[in-house]
Design a protein. Structure first.
Lengths: 70, 246
C-alpha cells in the first residue's frame, strides 16, 4: 500500500500505517499517532487510569476533524 | 484514580443529595397532607394517596440514586450508603482506610442533606415532616423492622452485585436498575419501617431532628444500622457463593 497523501502530491511512498477513521494508507511523515487514556473500574468502584495508553493512528485530515472547530 | 479527599467529597455530596431529595419527598408528602387535612389530624405517609405516596417517595429516592451513580459513580463509586461500603470491604473488594473515610463522609453528607432541606423548607419540615426520619409503623416490632430492612437491603446489594460488581454485567444499566430497585423496595417496605436500607439516610434526619427540635427517633436508629448492614453482608456473600462455578 502507498501513502495516499504523498500520492496526491505526486510522490510514491510506501505506507507504514492506516488511518483508523478513513482507512487511508500513510507514510511515517503523514501518520499522526495519538495516545488515548484507558480507564478501568467505575461504579461501584472508583475509575482508575491504567499505565498504558491506547495508540491511535490518524491521517492529518481526520486528526484535524477530530479536534473540531475549537 | 481521584484522591481519597476528592472521592470522599463525592460520597459526601452524593449522600447529601440522596437525603435532600429522598427524605425531602417524604417531608413534602407529610406537609402536603397536613395542609389538606389540618394539623390536628394524625398524619402518616399514605394519608394522601395510600401506596401511591410510597411509590412517589420511592421514585424520588430512585431517581436521585440514578443521578448520583451516573454523575459521580466513576469518581468515588457512588456507594452513598455505609452498608454497601462495608459489604464491599468485607468481601475484600474495598480497602479498610477508604471504607472508614467513606462512612464518615456518608454520615456527614446525610446530616448536611437534612440541614439543607430544613433551610429550604422551613420549620414545618422538622415539626410536621420530621425531616423524613425513619421509624417503624405502629404494630411493627424491633425484630420485624430489622427483618424487613435486612430483606430490603439484601435485594439492593444483590442487584448491585449483579448489575455492577460482576464483570459479566452489561455496562451502562447500573444507575437505572439500582434506582428502580430502590423505588420498588421503598414502595413495599416503606409502610413497615420507612425503608431506609441505608444507615446514613437514617442518620441525617435523626440527628437533624435532635439538633432542630424535631421528633426523637434515635431509639429506633439501631434498626437502621443492624438491618441494612446485615442485609448487605448476606447479599454479598450469597452472590459470591451462588455465582461461583462448581
Amino acid at each position: 500500500m502507498k501513502c495516499y497523501v504523498c500520492a496526491k502530491e505526486g510522490r510514491d511512498t510506501d505506507a507504514v500505517a492506516v488511518c483508523i477513521v478513513c482507512g487511508m494508507g500513510l507514510c511515517m511523515d503523514h501518520a499522526i499517532r495519538e495516545e488515548t487514556d484507558v480507564w478501568e473500574g467505575g461504579y461501584p468502584f472508583p475509575a482508575k487510569k491504567v499505565k498504558q495508553s491506547l495508540p491511535r493512528i490518524l491521517c492529518p485530515e481526520c486528526s484535524l476533524a477530530m479536534k473540531g472547530d475549537g | 484514580m481521584a484522591s481519597l479527599v476528592k472521592r470522599s467529597v463525592a460520597e459526601l455530596v452524593g449522600t447529601m443529595l440522596l437525603v435532600y431529595f429522598g427524605c425531602g419527598a417524604a417531608v413534602i408528602t407529610l406537609t402536603t397532607a397536613a395542609r389538606e387535612s389540618g394539623p390536628l389530624q394524625s398524619l402518616t405517609i399514605g394519608s394522601l394517596g395510600g401506596l401511591a405516596d410510597w411509590l412517589a417517595i420511592g421514585l424520588a429516592f430512585g431517581i436521585v440514586i440514578a443521578a448520583v451513580i451516573y454523575g459521580l459513580g466513576r469518581v468515588s463509586g457512588a456507594h452513598i450508603n455505609p452498608a454497601v461500603t462495608i459489604a464491599l470491604f468485607a468481601s475484600k473488594r474495598f480497602p479498610v482506610t477508604d471504607t472508614v473515610v467513606y462512612i464518615v463522609a456518608q454520615l456527614v453528607g446525610g446530616l448536611l442533606g437534612s440541614i439543607f432541606f430544613y433551610l429550604s423548607a422551613g420549620m414545618d419540615a422538622v415539626t410536621i415532616g420530621g425531616l423524613g426520619a425513619t421509624a417503624p409503623a405502629g404494630g411493627i416490632t424491633f425484630g420485624m423492622a430489622v427483618l424487613a430492612e435486612v430483606i430490603g437491603t439484601f435485594v439492593l446489594m444483590m442487584v448491585i452485585m449483579g448489575v455492577a460488581v460482576d464483570e459479566k454485567a452489561p455496562p451502562g444499566f447500573a444507575g437505572l436498575i439500582i434506582g428502580l430497585t430502590v423505588a420498588g423496595i421503598i414502595t413495599t417496605i416503606g409502610g413497615l419501617t420507612g425503608s431506609s436500607l441505608n444507615p446514613a439516610r437514617s442518620f441525617g434526619p435523626a440527628v437533624g431532628d435532635l439538633l432542630l427540635g424535631g421528633p426523637d427517633v434515635m431509639g429506633a436508629f439501631p434498626i437502621y444500622i443492624i438491618g441494612p448492614i446485615l442485609g448487605a453482608l448476606i447479599a454479598v456473600f450469597f452472590y459470591d457463593w451462588v455465582v461461583k462455578e462448581d
